[in-house]
Structure formats: C-alpha cells, structure tokens
Design a protein around this ligand. Structure first.
Ligand SMILES: CC(=O)SCCNC(=O)CCNC(=O)[C@H](O)C(C)(C)COP(=O)(O)OP(=O)(O)OC[C@H]1O[C@@H](n2cnc3c(N)ncnc32)[C@H](O)[C@@H]1OP(=O)(O)O
Length: 434
C-alpha cells in the first residue's frame, strides 16, 4: 500500500526563482487543472502572486515511484489556503478561510486524499477561530459532503450593442479612456470600495489586478497589449469605477468586446460604464462573464431583451464552522427570532440555535448540542450545514429550499420569516473565483 507524506509550507523564492518544493507544487497544480507547464519568468510571476496572496500550500507525496514515473518530489496531491475578508452585509468585512488549488493526480484519486487534506485543513481553520471557510468549485458535486453550500452566484451575459442600443435613463457619462496600467494602483482601491458595498464580495487575489491592468493574459501568461480601460468619475472628478476590456478579434462574429473586469463603486459609475460599452464603435456585442444575477443592467436599457444570460454559475461556497460567530457577524434589517436545528456530520455547526435580531444586530443562543434533541425537533427550521451556508448571505431562498426538501419547517411561516431575516441589502455577489 502506498504511504503518503503531507507537508504544509509557504511558497518561497530562492535567488529570484521559486524553490524546488514550490516549483514541484506549482507544476502539480498546473497538471491537476490540465494547464500547460510553466517555467522561468512565468513561473516566477505565478509564484510571486501566490506569495502576495499569502497562500499556504499543502503537498502530498507518495513514498515510492517506479522507474520512469514522475519523481517522488512532485506531489500527487495539492491544496492551498489563504485568508481574505468577505463582506457579510452592511459593509462588515469578516476574515474568512479560503481554500483553493485542490488537485489529486489521476493515479491516486478516490483513495481519500481530498478527504484527508480537507478534514485536516478545516480542523485547523476552526481551531484558529474562523467563522466560516469558503471556496469556488470546478464541479458542483464535490464539496457538499464537507459542509459547503453555494452562497453567491453570477451570470455570464452578452449585450446586443448594435444600432438601437439605448439607455432608459440617461447617465452622466463622465467616462474617459485611460492607460490600463493606471489600474495597478487604482484597481484595488476601487475594488475595496466596491467590496465594502457588496455582500458576498471577498478580497481578491493579485491576478485580477494583473489581468485588468493588461499585465497578464491568462491564456498566454504574457502582457496583453489588447487590453483597454475606462474610468468613471464622480461629481468631484474622482474615479469611482472602471471597466477593463479587450476586442475579441476581427475573426469573431458578431464583433465582440470581452469585459475583463467591471467594478463600480456607485450606481452612476455602473450605468455610465455600460453606456460607454454600448457606444464603442464597430462592436455589436459585449460579453461579461461575471455579471451580478441581480444587477440593474436590464433595467438600464430601453430594451431589456438586449441582455441575454448565457450561463448561470455558483460563485462562492460557504462552510459555516461557527454558527454563533457567523450569524452574529452579519447585520439584520428586520426584528425577529427563529430557531434552527443544524445537522453537521463534521460537528462544527451541529446544534440547535436561537437567532434573535433587534433589526440591526443578531444574537445567537445555543439551545442544544444536537439537532436530533427535543429542542431540535421543536425548532422552526431543520437544515444541514450546507443549506445554512447557502442561506447565510441571503442568496438562497428558504421557501425554495423547503419546497426542494432541503430544509424542513416546523411552523407554517418559518421559511418566510427566515427569508425576511436573512435578506441583505443586496443579493450576494462576488465577481471572481479563487
Ligand atoms: C476548491 C478547488 O480547488 S476546486 C478544484 C477541485 N479539483 C479539480 O477539479 C481537479 C481535478 N480533480 C481532482 O483532482 C480530484 O478528482 C478531486 C480533488 C476532485 C478529488 O480528489 P480525491 O482524492 O479523488 O477525493 P477523495 O478520494 O478524498 O474523495 C472524497 C469523497 O469525494 C467524492 N468525490 C471526489 N471527487 C468527486 C467528484 N469529482 N465528484 C463527485 N464526488 C467526488 C468521493 O467519491 C468521496 O466520496 P465519499 O465521501 O462518499 O467516499
């Protein structure tokens, strides 16, 4: 039987190049996601970004490799975690444990390596005291078993900008084109303002700035000279939003602009940036992969049918580790109280909890250790920890989850009361993966 060795470490550069352990890890991740090998300067830059994001790597090594097989220094499985804040509503930014770069080599899959890495990692996150962990997924069927539930969603949209594109309410159009490099500094500043006003938005990794500013084309790993950018200015002449985009090429029909990033720290910026995109000549279509599901976009246009949703995707999945901390961290906008019986196979969130809101803050009292107790049987709602993750930012509707049999209610109006309690000022949205 293969023996496995687990090692957790920080990526590092040595004499300007990633050290051997980091290089081997990065190559294993690339292989796990079917990406080309990267070497030299490109590998150094990728490693630098991981260091900037303060990612912590876990590698799993197999103890033996037959002749000609990949050498034992190349991990057979990888995992990474890092900390970023997540807006849990009302501009409250909570440090969260983010998980990424989970791969297992095909010849070692389904032997429990993901399970080992995940259970060990979540245990450490809970011990440190994170209220929740989060990840974005390649497949929707993997992470529920570890207690994660989808909590934010986004749409891939395309907008028909041919003749006749018209704004329903004329925006201020205080938009100017800029050298995309200005976003190296300005992009993160504007993103911070956007994050502050957007429930579900998490601190973003370095790669998003590099793409928005044209420093990185993800397909070539090189600078992208096709990147263009525009800023919106507020009444005082200060930037409060940007769009970064590229023309898809003359071979693409209809002529298309691909939005790389669109970050608006005001509604005026949002509508003026779309008005700008709709006015780019020789272009018939604008595509954006990370549009909010409940954005004002269709309402901005005289013809809402010009916005077509090409795909819907779940974004961030949450794993509540501490029910009391999580529910008390977020704000509430209505007064009320509800009891929740939460089932958690991994035990972190198991129990019966009473959430009471004064219309602003919530307090949580733990009524019983087990959801299968008498208190649990009397609770208003009974649900699994993944469903609690989905409800947490107000993104999933408890009435719908109840209809799907994913949560059960003990009192007639419990799901409707939960809906009102959990709703935040905006639908949760994060314009990125991690
Ligand atoms: C946060 C992120 O990084 S998302 C990226 C995830 N990675 C990828 O998609 C890369 C390609 N896939 C892989 O590398 C691997 O197949 C992984 C990481 C998804 C799974 O790794 P494995 O070591 O095979 O998983 P492991 O053996 O620990 O399985 C644990 C459980 O998950 C289940 N499982 C594993 N992969 C999948 C899957 N793709 N779909 C559904 N269930 C899965 C297993 O059946 C097992 O179920 P059980 O608890 O009922 O026994």
């Amino acid at each position: 039987m293969t023996e496995y060795r687990f090692e957790t470490f920080e990526p590092a550069l040595e004499n300007g190049a990633p050290d051997a352990r980091t290089t081997a890890y990065m190559q294993a991740v690339r292989a796990g996601f079917h990406d080309k090998r990267v070497e030299g300067e490109k590998l150094r830059r990728r490693t630098e970004r991981a260091i900037t994001d303060e990612r912590v790597f876990t590698s799993v090594y197999a103890d033996n490799a037959p002749q000609l097989a990949l050498p034992p220094e190349i991990p057979v499985a990888t995992f990474a975690h890092f900390e970023k804040t997540v807006n849990v509503g009302g501009g409250r930014l909570v440090p969260a444990h983010l998980i990424t770069w989970v791969t297992v080599r095909p010849t070692h899959r389904r032997r429990g390596l993901l399970r080992s890495m995940m259970t060990g990692n979540l245990a450490r996150a809970a011990e440190i005291g994170y209220p929740f962990a989060a990840l974005t997924v390649t497949e929707g069927s993997i992470y529920r078993r570890f207690g994660f539930g989808a909590a934010t969603w986004y749409n891939e949209v395309e907008v028909d900008t041919r003749a006749g594109f018209q704004m329903a309410v004329e925006p201020d159009r205080r938009v100017e084109m800029v050298d995309p490099h200005v976003l190296r500094e300005l992009g993160p500043e504007l993103y911070d303002r956007f994050q502050q006003m957007t429930p579900g938005a998490s601190g973003r990794q370095r790669v998003y700035v590099d793409v928005a500013s044209g420093d990185l084309n993800l397909s070539t790993d090189e600078e992208d000279l096709a990147t263009r950018a525009a800023l919106h200015y507020d009444e005082d002449g200060q930037p409060d939003g940007y769009v970064s985009y590229r023309f898809a090429g003359w071979d693409v029909k209809p002529a298309t602009v691909e939005v790389l990033d669109l970050i608006a720290a005001s509604d005026a910026a949002y509508s003026s940036l779309w008005a700008f995109l709709g006015a780019v000549d020789l272009v018939e279509r604008v595509q954006f992969g990370y549009a909010s599901q409940q954005s004002p976009l269709p309402w901005l246009l005289t013809d809402p049918r010009r916005v077509r949703v090409l795909a819907q995707s779940d974004g961030m999945w949450l794993r509540i580790l501490d029910v009391k901390k999580s529910l008390e961290a977020r704000p509430y906008s209505v007064e009320g109280s509800i009891t929740l019986a939460v089932h958690d196979d991994m035990d972190y969130a198991e129990g019966v909890f009473r959430l009471t809101s004064d219309g602003e803050n919530g307090t949580v009292e733990r009524l019983a250790e087990s959801a299968d107790s008498a208190e649990g049987r009397a609770a208003d709602l009974s649900l699994g920890v993944p469903e609690l993750g989905s409800l947490y930012l107000g993104g999933a509707d408890p009435v719908v989850l109840n209809r799907a049999g994913r949560i059960s209610k003990r009192s007639e109006d419990a799901a409707i009361r939960a809906r009102a309690l959990f709703l935040l000022e905006r639908a949760p949205y994060a314009p990125n993966d991690f």
